[in-house]
Design a protein around this ligand. Structure first.
Ligand code: 3HC
Ligand code: NAI
Length: 690
């Protein structure tokens, strides 16, 4: 037997243990010995039942994603599951941790599934731009019904063991060592005697399917998929399970899988999966970490409140500091209201709400931050105010406490240089709403100590954030690139495009919303105030703000919002205003197509990303993709701007940037040297690190 698969015979019950750390993925070196072991046990008269279990922290978490895109080595998972279903003695999967994707499909090849109460089961392939390719779409509906299977497979969200038990996916739930329980379960079942029906022959749950209701739900899910192929294919495959014979539906699932696995969308989503894990890795992984027991947050406004909630949700006690008792009360009140909304939506229990609220300690006295191990300031975006706050922290924070700023743009080296302990200073740039948004830009300043950085990278994971380490520059990675994306928006309007036309080009591309919808949602006054403070102007946006059109909150912005509506409608007044401003500048409007809109907004975005890589503000192109997919809604099916540049072709991007640079002379269009090298070598990374 190999190291990856071992077998012991415990008084007639054979236990097959898969051991392929870290997540027991079904790599070729697992599949081959697993198949051999199962064939031997099928033919071994001394074996009355078979248990499939896993060593380590989890049951099989899926096919080995690193093997996708390479020639399939037999036996594949389908062959193993088909073989399992020829075994007449009872087979039992003993599940702990997570049974995901191919892992759950392996378990579906068994007659029975028993699970530890803390286990999770799911088919998350859709998140990789795929559908379950080992029979999951055809077998799961036979146990849980077509509609439940549709929801599980299209969302990719796993269910807990108890829910799986209620749904009919799991036969028994236990606390404690699942193998021991599975062996007892198998022995008992074998003693009672068969025949045991393989899942492929169980049709009980399918007969009840209301196909019209199924189709309505599938159509709704397809609409929400926003151009992603995988959710639509998932729904199609589950429908096949209802309407076609088993083998036909299985073959159709295979055909869909092969098509998706070769698609750019799936390549893009797999790229993001590994990119997110790579982004959290720092050189020197053995760097010691500082102990973080209590967190302090300064400023209980939009960001401070959300940041405090993110830490409370991760189990950390939080001291929240404000300038006055009223401001503190307002901040705590908003936090309480947010939790109440979660309770009313069913995403948080009353108990959990009470526990989280109990984590907060409010204060208006800096001395109360003296016992905090990490202190994050989220006060007004003003260098003088920030320096004053850091000066106070320098005086009261305990030695070794990490002092972080949530600044969006300011120079963190300057903040760090203003106090006596710059090694403890770094940026933690959360995104709004900070308790919801996954992205966290961790900003390393020139003097940030490696152990301070390693500590916050680890902490980010503990509070459920996707962390990306970036360097200091105006706006860091995300906001700096956002500025490059937005720099042509006004010019496009003045030259003849409308806000809705530009927004549509974005949503057709796969963004959840366009730049003007986004501006109206966030509030146009924020950027207006920011511009005024920095002596900058934006012709159209400033004019709208001067008329009190701040966006959704005032019912009018780039769009008009009918009483309480969240979706805006085009406003002739805005279009007239734009035409007026264009006429003042002697610009004659012309027709502008979607292609031009994408070229003038997204090519500069990629170009700025290349400059950021050149300057080593980001360590890897894939880090930039993680920032944009998790913080700004870049379509995941395109893998982030830098991955998309590869699909689009760097040579084409350069050609069009050159074109626009010649026409306008604008710096955003001047191709970065690294973009040129990318066009020659086809890779960002080799050049960035070379
Ligand atoms: N294949 C290959 N490597 C995998 C993997 C997989 N299915 N799942 C995880 N890994 C790797 C990660 O890349 C990471 O590697 P690294 O340490 O070198 O960076 C390591 O395992 C640990 O992963 P995480 O950091 O994500 O560990 P967590 O404990 O946070 O999470 C997990 C564990 C919940 C299992 C999570 O890794 C996960 O969601 N994995 C993917 C599950 C999945 O998508 N399964 C379906 C695969 S597709 C499939 O099965 C097709 C089939 O239908 C034919
Ligand atoms: P906000 O105006 O909602 O909140 C700021 C809070 O800080 C106010 O409640 C104020 O009373 C308090 N405050 C001011 N000075 C203080 C001091 N000396 N001590 C204690 N409290 C003080 O502002 P917001 O939006 O929360 O922004 C805070 C910081 O976060 C800024 O640096 C901003 O650039 C950054 N940021 C904002 C994002 C957003 O979308 N709003 C996103 C990411 C970062």
């Amino acid at each position: 037997m190999s190291n990856s698969v071992s077998v012991v015979n415990e008084n007639g019950v054979a236990i097959v243990t898969i051991d392929n750390p870290p997540v027991n993925a079904l790599s070729f070196h697992v599949r081959a010995p697993l198949m051999r072991a199962l064939v031997d046990l099928r033919d071994d008269a001394s074996v009355t039942a078979i248990v499939i279990a896993c060593a380590g922290r989890t049951f099989v978490a899926g096919a080995d994603i690193t093997e996708f895109g390479k020639p399939v080595q037999q036996p594949d998972l389908r062959a193993i599951v088909a073989m399992l279903e020829t075994i007449v003695k009872p087979t039992v999967a003993a599940i702990h941790g997570t049974a995901l994707g191919g892992g759950l499909e392996l378990a579906l090849g068994c007659h029975f599934r028993v699970a530890d109460a803390g286990a999770k089961l799911g088919l998350p392939e859709v998140k990789l731009g795929l559908l379950p390719g080992g029979g999951g779409t055809v077998r799961l509906p036979r146990l849980v019904g077509a509609v439940k299977a549709l929801r599980m497979i299209v969302s990719g969200t796993p269910v807990g063991a108890n829910e799986a038990h209620e749904a009919g996916l799991v036969d028994a739930v236990f606390e404690g060592d699942p193998t021991t329980h599975a062996v007892n379960f198998a022995r008992e079942i074998a003693r009672k005697g068969g025949p045991f029906t393989p899942v492929r022959d169980r049709n009980d749950s399918l007969g009840e399917t209301d196909l019209a209701a199924f189709d309505a739900e599938a159509a709704d899910l397809a609409r929400k998929a926003r151009g992603l192929e995988a959710p639509v294919a998932c729904a199609q495959a589950v429908r096949n399970a209802v309407t076609r014979p088993f083998d036909e539906a299985l073959a159709a699932e295979r055909a869909l899988f092969m098509k998706l696995v070769a698609s750019d969308q799936s390549r893009a989503q797999r790229h993001l999966f590994f990119a997110e894990r790579e982004a959290a890795k720092l050189p020197g992984k053995d760097t010691p970490k500082r102990r973080i027991a209590r967190v302090g947050v300064i400023g209980a406004g939009t960001m401070g409140g959300g940041i405090a909630m993110a830490f409370a949700g991760g189990g950390f006690p939080v001291t929240l500091l404000e300038t006055s008792a009223e401001a503190l009360q307002r901040g705590l009140g908003t936090i309480e209201k947010n939790y109440a909304v979660s309770v009313s939506r069913g995403s948080l229990s009353e108990d959990a709400k009470r526990q989280r609220l109990a984590q907060f300690k409010g204060s208006t006295d800096y001395a109360d931050l003296a016992d905090c191990d990490l202190i994050i300031e989220a006060v007004f975006e003003d260098m003088a105010v920030k320096k004053a706050v850091f000066g106070k922290l320098d005086a009261i924070a305990k030695p070794g406490a990490i002092l972080a700023t949530n600044t969006s743009y300011l120079d963190i080296n300057e903040i760090a240089g203003s106090i006596a302990r710059p090694q403890d200073v770094l940026g933690l740039h959360f995104f709004s709403p900070a308790n919801v948004m996954k992205l966290l830009e961790i900003v390393r300043a020139d003097k940030t100590a490696p152990d301070a950085l390693a500590t916050v990278v680890d902490l980010a994971r503990r509070i459920g954030k996707v962390a990306v380490v970036v360097g200091v520059c105006h706006g860091f990675v995300g906001n700096r690139m956002l500025a490059a994306r937005g720099s042509e928006s006004e010019a496009l309007l003045l030259e003849g495009a409308t806000p809705s036309q530009i927004d549509k080009a974005f949503t057709d591309f796969g963004w959840p919303m366009g730049p003007f919808q986004m501006g109206d949602l966030a509030g146009l006054d924020i950027g207006w105030r920011n511009r005024k403070a920095r002596g900058l102007t934006a012709v159209i946006a400033d004019a709208l703000c001067e008329q009190g059109r701040f966006g959704q909150k005032t019912g009018r912005g780039f769009y008009r919002y009918e009483a309480g509506a969240r979706a805006g409608v085009p406003d002739p007044e805005v279009e007239a205003l734009i035409r007026g401003k264009a006429a003042e500048r002697g610009i004659t409007p012309r027709a502008i197509n979607a292609e031009e809109i994408i070229e003038r907004t997204l090519y500069p975005l990629v170009n700025e990303g290349a400059k950021i890589l050149e300057e080593k503000i980001a360590a890897r192109a894939s880090d930039i993709d993680v920032v944009w997919a998790n913080g700004y809604g870049f379509p995941i099916g395109k893998g982030g701007p830098m991955f998309w540049a590869g699909l689009e072709g760097a040579a084409r991007i350069i050609e069009r940037l050159d074109h626009w640079h010649q026409r306008t002379g604008k710096e955003v269009f001047k191709p970065a040297p690294l973009l040129k090298r990318m066009a020659e070598t086809g890779s960002w990374e080799a050049e960035a690190t070379g």
